[in-house]
Design a protein around this ligand. Structure first.
Ligand code: PMP
Length: 357
């Protein structure tokens, strides 16, 4: 006897990147930030660990909405706070798409979009990205309820520029969700599109650039009508007191953010150039990870496994048409040097992997 809805029975479920429980791994597989969060965050958490925890948190997360509005140059009414941007993606899917509705996204991209569509029993329309990860023309789909655009995209790290995204927002039916989880590492962003387009929602997170993946906090920005509607769908107390206090402190320390982002951008250039010198094709990254091609799918798998055996974790997913590609997060300079050294060793040992040692 299977008590689940048919669509839940059929789906596989999202599998997050590995989080090894034993110590000693260099973790370059889930795009976490290698640097610690702002000391102000730790102080705010300590201060909030008080008897007030017996009371429910503010359902509207007012202080963090206000801080977000201040930092991003918008109004609190245009901000929704979630328990990670993953929760916000779920709220959006529930709010806009039901059984049979079309949910569109260029592919390969963040795998959760598909899972959320399956939970809604919606119809998934996956449109292949071209080899260079420019925006595919046929991503404009008649009757789409939601179009997801991960920008910068994961796993490619590439970016579609705001003028093109603006054109897309005008052309599509339904809402355009621009997932900017990695945008602080990029040269530009699409935030201003929420001013011009009543169908655009922007998603941000503190998980990557603010080094706070261990808290769960995401931000959604859009015109007031959209935010009001989404408020009806969210849980009443979706953001706890500790997270709200920490989020305000994190956003308050823009100097800390900028310093870490700058270090990561520098290491990203170093990593990209080093991989190119070793003979790999590397996609230009606007993110805190780099996507590169190995000679063939077997080489990609072999490199992933051999590095893992030496306690260096990178991300290997067999994306259709990109089975020969690997994704590596930008860690500290030392972590990246360790990765590059091991990679060269794998190449020197395994003739035919196409890695020049
Ligand atoms: N969007 C993308 C593209 C991501 O890679 C991730 C992290 N896996 C998320 C959203 C979710 O981030 P959060 O930690 O805010 O839930």
């Amino acid at each position: 006897m299977n008590l689940f809805r048919k669509n839940i029975q059929r789906m596989e479920g999202y599998v997050p990147g590995e989080q090894p429980q034993e110590p000693g791994f260099i973790k370059l597989n889930t795009n976490e930030n290698p640097y610690p969060p702002s000391p102000r965050v730790i102080a705010a958490l300590k201060e909030s660990a008080s008897n007030l925890l017996r009371l429910y948190p503010d359902p509207l997360v007012t202080k963090l909405r206000e801080k977000t509005a201040e930092v991003l140059g918008t109004r609190p009414e245009r901000v929704l706070v979630g328990n990670g941007s993953d929760e916000l993606l779920g709220i959006i899917a529930r709010a806009f798409a039901g059984p049979g509705d079309k949910i569109v996204f260029p592919s390969p991209t963040y795998l959760l979009y598909k899972t959320l569509a399956e939970i809604q029993d919606a119809q998934t329309v996956e449109v292949d990205f071209p080899e260079d990860f420019s925006l595919p023309k046929d991503v404009v789909v008649k009757g789409a309820r939601i179009t997801f655009l991960c920008n910068p995209n994961s796993p490619s790290g590439t970016m579609v520029w705001p003028e093109e995204v603006s054109r897309l927002a005008r052309e599509i039916d339904g809402v355009l969700v621009i997932d900017e989880a990695y945008v602080e590492f990029a040269d530009t962003n699409c935030l201003s599109l929420t001013e011009e387009h009543p169908n655009v929602l922007i998603l941000r997170t503190v998980s990557k650039s603010y080094s706070l993946a261990g808290l769960r906090l995401g931000l959604c920005i859009g015109q007031e009508g959209l935010i009001q509607g989404l408020l009806k769908v969210k849980d009443s107390y979706n953001v706890d007191r500790l997270s709200m206090a920490a989020g305000v402190a994190a956003l308050d320390d823009q100097e800390h953010l900028k310093g870490n982002v700058e270090k990561i951008r520098q290491t990203r250039s170093y990593l990209t150039e080093s991989l190119r010198e070793m003979g790999f094709f590397v996609y230009p990254s606007q993110s805190n990870f780099v996507f590169f091609r190995t000679p063939n799918p077997q080489a990609a798998r072999e490199i992933y496994l051999q590095l893992k055996a030496q306690k260096i974790l990178i991300r290997y997913v067999e994306y259709k048409r990109f089975e020969d590609c690997l994704r590596v997060s930008v860690g500290t300079r030392e972590e990246i040097d360790a990765f590059l050294d091991r990679l060269a060793e794998v190449g020197a040992r395994g003739q035919g992997l196409g890695v020049r040692g």
